[in-house]
Design a protein around this ligand. Structure first.
Ligand SMILES: Cc1ncc(COP(=O)(O)O)c(C=O)c1O
Length: 427
């Protein structure tokens, strides 16, 4: 599997988004492969207990019992089912979103209604209140890019209005708010572990308030287990990690690819896929994966990876991006500060001329993520002008724990160059 796919998958963007902006004439294939991994890839260091005695880092897994599935979107569909949401019900979804957040709602039979977010991505509660019409059962709230919403306020609002809160922690696997782990405020919370860990698939459903006994999952089978383990390793070899292991498994990998091609050639059209579409960069929600357990490989990695290392490095890389891009023309960090207890998914940068910057960086092989680039049909300025602006203007850059110092320095240099060129071009 090319890592291009992993980048799209883990970015939560559409099939075209990682390659071409909506206004761009260049198709996805016109851009070279990213020169550094957009999402974490496995390295020997992934498992280091470093720093020794480092501060404990909260995660959604501290919020309550969890069920490990293959993606965040599957977890959303399970949460809605647990809430008993179906035909006739309304789910309030933020107007700044990606399709993976909307498709499970539609699949459940409920109606998504989009509410406004403020310019800083916080929930516009006045708008939410104006949409309460007796059919609204659920408020979906997203901790964008790892930065929590005012979760205590949202919780109180939901309690006061008899709503259930679905806390979307797809960008916030780690962190806490007002002393409680993210994921613990929602009736149910979902996360997308594949955005944070060096794994090929993975999401989870968590609840601090309800038992998950009725959520039963089954194995997705040996072919799936094998495929996802090999794919995770391949992504890692592609970016020069685990070189010794890479050399050792060259032959088995070649055999696997050959075998795979044979299996694929013989499969009937329409046969169920061996891994979720989300893992192949697909955008869709496939209910066939709703009751499939995440792979053994992914669950083992989740247990073994050091959360303090992950948290500390994400914050450090975010800080380096912030310092490196400070004061550059035509841009500003979406969030002025990185509060304590926030462990960001990415570094979001507001750009005056996003298309030009995006294309220049993609041509240079810089991984650029565009969460929310394609809003659901009908979501326009009349629905939420802030969401349209965020969708168009905010580019995101990886700050994950598996970036090396030279990779990060190179990426910062490229972004600086693109922003300065933008200034020169426009003056
Ligand atoms: C905010 C948000 N919620 C939910 C999802 C769904 O997660 P997954 O890609 O694991 O299905 C995504 C996907 O990127 C997302 O960005």
């Amino acid at each position: 599997m090319g890592n291009m796919h992993v980048s799209e998958l883990n970015a939560g963007v559409g099939p075209l988004a990682a390659g071409a902006g909506a206004a761009s004439a260049e198709p996805i294939d016109a851009f070279p492969r990213s020169r550094l991994p957009v999402a974490p890839v496995l390295s020997a260091a992934s498992f280091w207990r470093h720093p020794v005695g480092g501060a404990r880092v909260s995660s959604v897994l501290d919020a309550g019992p969890a069920r490990f599935v293959t993606s965040g979107r599957v977890a959303i569909s399970l949460a809605l089912r647990q809430m008993g949401v179906g035909g006739g019900a309304t789910v309030l979804v933020p107007a700044y979103h990606c399709a993976s957040m909307v498709e499970p709602v539609i699949w459940s039979g409920a109606r998504p209604v989009f509410y406004r977010v403020n310019a800083d991505t916080s929930v516009n509660l006045d708008d939410v209140a104006s949409k309460l019409d007796g059919t609204v059962r659920v408020l979906m709230a997203t901790n964008y890019f790892g930065f929590p919403q005012a979760l205590d306020t949202l919780r109180r609002f939901c309690d006061a209005h008899g709503l259930m809160l679905l806390e979307d922690c797809a960008h916030s696997f780690l962190g806490s708010y007002a002393g409680r782990p993210l994921g613990s405020y929602g009736d149910y919370a979902i996360a997308s572990s594949m955005k944070f860990f060096p794994i090929y698939e993975g999401g989870c459903l968590v609840s601090a308030h309800h038992a998950l006994d009725r959520v039963t999952l089954r194995s997705a089978g040996l072919a799936f287990e094998t495929k996802v383990a090999f794919n995770s390793l391949e992504d890692s070899f592609e970016y020069g990690r685990l070189p010794l292991l890479g050399a050792l498994v060259k032959l088995p990998l070649w055999l696997k690819d050959t075998l795979w091609r044979g299996i694929k050639a013989r499969r009937q059209p329409g046969a169920p896929s061996l891994a979720p579409g989300s893992s192949d960069g697909g955008f869709g929600f496939d209910p066939a994966w709703m009751h499939k357990r995440s792979s053994l490989f992914a669950r083992a990695v989740l247990r073994l990876v050091s959360l303090p290392r992950m948290g500390q490095l994400r914050r450090r890389h975010y800080g380096q991006l912030q310092a490196g891009l400070a004061g550059l023309p035509g841009c500003r960090p979406l969030f002025a500060h990185l509060p304590d207890q926030v462990y960001p998914w990415v570094f979001p940068l507001w750009c005056d001329e996003p298309e030009r910057v995006f294309r220049q960086l993609k041509r240079a092989g810089v991984p650029v993520i565009r969460f929310g680039e394609y809003l659901w049909p009908g979501v326009d300025r009349t629905v939420c002008a802030n969401s349209v602006e965020l969708s168009r203007r905010v580019l995101q850059f990886p700050c994950h724990q598996e970036l090396s110092a030279p990779e990060l320095a190179w990426m910062i240099e490229q972004i600086q160059g693109a922003l300065k060129a933008q200034k020169a071009g426009s003056s």
